[in-house]
Structures are given as C-alpha cells and as structure tokens.
Ligand binder design. Sequence first.
Ligand code: ZN
Length: 386
Amino acid sequence: MEGAGMRVEEVLKQLLEKEQDSLTLMKKFVETESFSHDKDGINKLVGILKKAFEVFPVEIQEVVEQEVGNHLKIEWGQGPRQITILSHLDTVYPRGTLESMPFRFEEGKVYGPGVYDMKASYVMMYHLFNLLEEGSLPVDLKILWLLTSDEEVGSPHGKIHAMEEAARSEAVLVLEPSGHGGALKTARKGGGKFTVEVQGIAAHAGVNPEDGANAIEELCRQLIEITGFAAPSIGTTINIGEIKGGTLFNVVPELASAEVDVRVLEHEEGERVEQAFKNLSSFNTKTRLTVKGSMYRPPMPRSEETERLFHIASQVGKQLGLSLTEVTTGGGSDGNFAASAGAPVLDGLGVVGGYAHSPDEYLWLDSLAERTALLYGIILSLAQNR
Ligand SMILES: [Zn+2]
C-alpha cells in the first residue's frame, strides 16, 4: 500500500467522528466577518487562517493588496507537479450581519454569513491537511491552496493569481458550494456587464417637442435591438436589469440609461455580443449614444479534461456511496479564470446546502465529512494517475 493513503470510507468514518471539531473551527471563521469591501475584516480572517494552518508543514504566503483585502496562499509539498485548490475569503455580508444571522447549528444544518459560500471549505482543507500528514502524496507533487479576497465582486485583483496558479497546474479543484443535491459544476457561464446611455435634447412636450430628441424613446429602441443579441439555445442570455431616464411627464427627456447583464457558455459568443454592443448606433441621429462595459468573466466550458476529472470524482464518490451528478451554472467563480488559463477545472466540490447570499444560507454538517473524503480521494487519485 506504499503511497496509497487511507481508504476514503475510512476517512469518512473518521471525519464524521470529528464533527464537533469541525463546528468549533467553522464558528471561528464565520464569526470573523469578511465582506468583500471590508479590507480590515478580510485581513483579520487571513490572520486567523494563518494561525490555524501554521501547525502543518506548509508554506504560507500572504499576498498583500492595496485596495482590497489580502489574498492567501498555503502550499503543501514541493512540486514540480501542482494541483491548485481554490477558495475565497470574502462574503456578500457587510460587517454586523452576524447580529441578525448568528452562527448556529440546528437539526443537522449550520447557519451563518458565508458559512456555505464558502467558509466551510477552510474546515475541509484543515481536515485534508491533517489527512495528508499520513504521508500519502508523491514527493514531486505540490498542493497549492489559493484564497482570493475579492471573488464575490468578480475577482478584479484575485483573478491574476487564480490564473497564474492554474497555468502551472495539472488540475484545479474549486471548493465553491455544490449544485443542487451535491452536484458538481462542470461548466460555468461567462458574464458581461454593459451600460447604454442616451443623451437627447430636452424640450417642452407641448410647446416645441420638435426641438427635442427623446432619450427614453431612443433607449427603448436600442434595448429591443440588444434583446436580439440573445441566443438562449446555445446559452447566451441578456437581462436588462436596470433602467433610468427622464424627469417629468411633460418634458422631452434629455437623458436615459440602462444596465445590461450578459451570460455566455462559449468564448466566441462573448466576443460576438461584445462586438454587437460596439456596433450599436443611434436610430434618432439627434441623440448621442454611449456604450460602456465588457465581458468581465470568461466562460468555463465543459472540456474533455473536465470530463476526465468528473469521472475520477464519480469513481471516488461511488466508494463513498454517493452517485454524483454534474450541472452547468450561469453563476461565475474563480473557476472561470482558472479555466481561461487552460487548466482542467472541477468546481462545486464544496459542501452541500443552500440559499447562498441570503439570510437562510446553510449547509448540511454531514456533507462536510463526505465532501472532504471526496476531495481527499480525488487528490490521491490524481496524484497516482499521472
Ligand atoms: Zn463563492
């Protein structure tokens, strides 16, 4: 059994007996609030994680940022082979949310801000490193765990690190919460945000409307045009989510604007839609049209390599008595950036639960042991399958 590690069934059994430890750790992480825009909160969480993980034979690197909280890298082993694991430090809950949404454990479920998305993943990693102490990995393999600080706002700073690490990895495992019923995420849509502004000419609606140029009317015609960019049969959707314009009913409006969300499954679709936005021109030439924005997150397509990773996960799942399914989601994660760097990515490996980004966010405590055993089994399998 040299280098083969522990059987996953045995790992699961051991972890289920450690649920009290899991809760204690999780509580500490959840009660250190870390809203994306709360630099101090995130840096405090980084400090707590460093302290919790320094007990292992790991290299810990705090990546200092100026505008956002710091990122954290925790490395096990030397390489040159590398498997990257992705988590994020930030949550969507401003500081103080804990008061109305305290950390609590009730009837098998754990609640609290960011517990599911994705502070439980730190506990998974704690157990994983404990298991690795058994000396089960080949000496040429490195596990690099990256925790970004700005994922919930699109990773404007963290993405560089996610892409860099992914580029040198043979696999990237993302501990984002699972899909419905524990499904793994094998494809994610890319996202774009565009703003369309129309400058018209104000005039009196009764006295001299002919001197005006109606910005709202022009915007409506543009939006109909934009709706036509959608191609739902291949996953491209357009959502006009916000609209502003005008002042009073009897004034020809001078200004109008709209915010548009775009989701695509394929890179080429992102390029097509971006170009279509660039090609827009005024219907009423007395108005001035300005289009801003871009695709900000590349899609994570279901590649053959992702399929291979899913197959490995399914095999490990079987040993644990799980029949794992896979889903495509419209939501993004750092997995999108990792995939864009060319790495095989498997996402949604985190805990099972629900209601992320809402006051009822929860996870099933039992799933933490299960998913950790799954992660352990996948890593072992990847380590041996070169
Ligand atoms: Zn997340």
